[in-house]
Design a protein around this ligand. Structure first.
Ligand code: XMP
Length: 326
């Protein structure tokens, strides 16, 4: 029968059998999936695992600090932090196509992991060895939606499934591949991870890079980070954290509309709020967030974020819309 204890025991045995006495790395994204995958692998192989947190410059405000503090405090895992903002932004320059962005981000992640892997071996004074395994928090819905399931169309290349380069030097360890998100949360709790990690709303690996419709630039990221921080703060203050599955905040960077502020005409960008409720992210409904909360978010964003003069609400379910805009 399905119990979290059984899942943990079974996966620990499988991971040990797969990895043996070799080294593994696991990319932490700040999300639930990678955190639970890492905790599971750590339970199986202990210090043979090093987690790598790639700060690609596409994270939300305060997120890097949170990963560095919370996760290490909860698990005592060995963590390597890589500042790769410039590398990612350079690779993404001039690119607007969503699939293109996902592929580039997936590729750069792997390149950074490869570099981190050789540094980890060198730092351990283990020349001649290498890191052979890469742990990913791939879930069942990711597999299905990337076309890895049986007979399904490729909806999006989730960076941790369809977006990997062909010359990958690592073997993948994907202990969550058969699980849905609610099951992953239960497994995380079983492993002793705190609520702040286990109940965290999903956040995609490619980060804010797929929440800017148009080219990704530093200025646009900074602007979106501000708007996103306001939306998150107000939704949290309203006590909606748990009832909302997640709320992507999207910048329509290629769209401008006319507005008026003070005594001047503005020509700024719209911000889209996409609060959804869902069980497993395979389907979703738009959340009926109270008008007062929406009003507060809208007022604050247009007042506090320069160059944004309109806030719009996405009232599309999935299907036909996906949760993310790209
Ligand atoms: P969509 O937009 O396909 O999203 O309805 C479904 C869920 O998956 C998250 N998502 C991702 N997670 N890597 C991830 O780790 C990705 O490339 C990725 N793309 C989407 C999304 O936030 C939602 O929870």
């Amino acid at each position: 029968s399905w119990t979290t204890t059984n899942v943990v025991e079974e996966q620990v045995a499988l991971i040990r059998a797969q990895v043996g006495d070799k080294r593994a790395i696991c990319g932490l994204s700040g999300g639930v999936d990678s955190a639970v995958a890492a905790a599971l692998v750590q339970k199986a192989i202990g210090a043979q695992l090093t987690c790598v947190y790639v700060d690609h410059g596409l994270m939300r405000k305060g997120e890097s600090e949170q990963v560095e503090k919370d996760f290490v405090a909860a698990t005592g895992v060995q963590l390597k932090v890589v500042d790769a903002e410039e590398r990612f932004l350079t690779a993404l320059a001039g690119v607007s196509d969503p699939e293109q962005k996902r592929k580039i981000i997936g590729r750069e992640f792997i390149r950074v992991f490869e570099q981190a892997a050789s540094e980890i071996v060198a730092e351990a004074g283990a020349s001649g060895e290498s890191v052979e395994f890469l742990v990913q928090g791939t879930l069942y819905p990711d597999v299905v939606e990337s076309g890895g399931g049986t007979g399904t169309a490729n909806i999006k290349s989730h960076h941790n499934v369809g977006g990997l380069p062909e010359d990958l030097q690592f073997q993948l360890v994907e202990p969550l591949r058969k699980l849905f998100k609610d099951e992953v949360r239960m497994v995380g709790a079983e492993l002793g991870l705190p609520d702040e990690i286990v109940q965290r709303q999903p956040f995609p690996g490619p980060g804010l890079g797929i929440r800017i419709v148009g080219e990704v630039t530093k200025e646009r990221l900074d602007l979106l980070r501000e708007a996103d921080a306001i939306a998150r703060a107000e939704l949290t203050a309203a006590g909606l954290d748990r009832s909302i599955w997640q709320c992507p905040v999207v910048l329509l960077a290629d769209v401008r509309s006319v507005g008026v502020q003070g005594d001047g005409r503005t020509y700024g960008h719209p911000i889209v709020l996409r609060p959804v409720s869902s069980e497993d992210a395979m389907t979703a409904d738009w959340s009926r967030v109270p008008y007062e909360v929406l009003a507060k978010i809208s007022t604050r964003i247009t007042n506090e974020v320069a160059d944004v003069n309109r806030v719009v609400l996405d009232v599309t379910s999935k299907p036909p819309g996906t949760i993310e805009w790209e």
